[in-house]
Design a protein around this ligand. Structure first.
Ligand SMILES: *Cc1c(COP(=O)(O)O)cnc(C)c1O
Length: 390
């Protein structure tokens, strides 16, 4: 009997070793990991350069608290700001904590400007922002909220992608809009092309803040460093986590010029946030992603993977009905239950992850190449055949 609390209905499978996109069980059975620990291990498992960075830092200094200046954190913040709209960055440890920070910043911005009642946010159908009390309130999963006395009063839900009604929902108490540029847990949902621009204009017109949850879409996942960079739109603030540390826990709140000093000394904090280990590894992750051609390769392998899936969806219409996504954030639409497809894939040696809307997600490491795409597609075809035999 496991002493671990049963918050997860775990698959009876565990791994003892990883290498690039491969995971190995104790018995040596290997799996192609197209989950990356849910968009986290962006540079694959046991990346030699990340290992070196971590070991070198571990030998020097792990943690001092944020009472002191932390040099790798300074460098990481500079790197994020140089490559985004950012002017300042707050570091924390997870996605939910990043989005908590985003919500706090949005409310405090209006408070500082003399509007303490401007504290409500518009959020979206099928959104996911984390499992803390306030991020549960912002998200759109009622099951997640049951029994936790979550108060959703400060969040108003809008249908994702909708443009007709949203303006009417903004009143003098609205502080901002919180949106995932592409919804992850909600089922790899892409909004209409000009949606972010529409939201940006709306926010600017109304004097409210635009906040992006790039916890899943950020750090190269869609083939740009941040998903918003596919558009011309700049948010006022964004939350990051998942891929940022390549597997080392770290999250971030990135603020633009008008919000960069909202969270002033004493208003917010985190004991662990951006410590020496986390910040050093995350800095190395970003350096790798910013190398020439790295992100182009994400776009290219993503395109090949989607083409392969589309080919199979034409061939096996009774199992797969389509594919959607951007870069290496891919959702497979299936006619069978998503968990059944994921199980068949796993039986054939490929790890995927289910999402809402009966979607199976492929979120492979960002540095996979053609051969991995080819193997992935071969396994997908085998899994489809396995389903058809049943
Ligand atoms: C995973 C996720 C979160 C929550 O991140 P945690 O690290 O699990 O707290 C928040 N927002 C989005 C879009 C996510 O995908």
């Amino acid at each position: 009997m496991s002493s671990v609390m049963k918050t997860y209905d775990r698959i009876n499978l565990s791994f003892t070793k990883g290498e690039g996109p491969w995971l190995y069980t104790e018995e040596g059975k290997k799996y192609l990991d197209f989950t990356s620990g849910i968009a986290v291990t962006s540079l694959g498992h046991a990346n030699p350069e990340l290992i070196n960075t971590l070991i070198n830092q571990a030998k020097k200094l792990w943690h001092t608290s944020n009472l002191y200046k932390i040099e790798p954190q300074e460098q990481l913040a500079d790197l994020i700001c140089e490559n985004s709209f950012g002017e300042s960055v707050f570091f924390c440890n997870s996605g939910a904590e990043a989005i908590e920070g985003v919500v706090k910043l949005v409310r405090r911005y209006h408070f500082n400007n003399g509007f303490p009642n401007k504290n409500k946010m518009l959020v979206f159908s099928n959104a996911f922002h984390g499992r803390t009390i306030e991020t549960l309130a912002a998200g759109d999963n009622n099951d997640h909220r049951i029994g936790f006395a979550v108060n959703t009063e400060l969040f108003r839900k809008v249908p994702f992608g909708e443009m007709g009604e949203i303006e009417k929902l903004i009143d003098e108490e609205t502080a901002g809009i919180l949106v995932e540029p592409i919804q992850g847990e909600g089922g790899i949902n892409l909004p209409p092309d000009d949606y972010l621009l529409f939201l940006r204009k709306l926010c600017s017109d109304k004097g409210i803040l635009l906040a992006f949850d790039e916890v899943q879409t950020g750090i190269g996942r869609t083939g740009k460093l941040f998903a918003y960079q596919w558009s011309e739109v700049l948010p006022d603030v964004m939350g990051l986590a998942k891929g940022l540390g390549g597997g080392f826990p770290i999250g971030a709140v990135v603020a633009n010029k008008i919000t960069s000093e909202v969270l002033s000394p004493g208003t917010h904090g985190s004991t662990f946030g951006g410590n020496f280990l986390a910040a050093s590894v995350a800095k190395e992750v970003l350096i790798k992603l910013l190398q020439p051609n790295f992100l182009d390769n994400v776009i290219e392998t993503g395109r090949e993977l989607m083409q392969g899936i589309r080919f199979l969806s034409d061939k096996y219409k009774n199992v797969i009905t389509g594919v959607r996504g951007r870069g290496l954030m891919i959702g497979i639409e299936s006619k069978v239950k998503n968990v059944d497809l994921a199980t068949a894939l796993r039986d054939e040696g490929l790890l995927s992850v289910a999402a809402a809307g009966n979607i199976v997600r492929f979120l492979p490491p960002l540095n996979i190449d053609r051969t991995h795409v080819k193997i992935g597609i071969e396994i997908l075809e085998k899994a489809i055949k396995l389903i058809n035999e049943k």
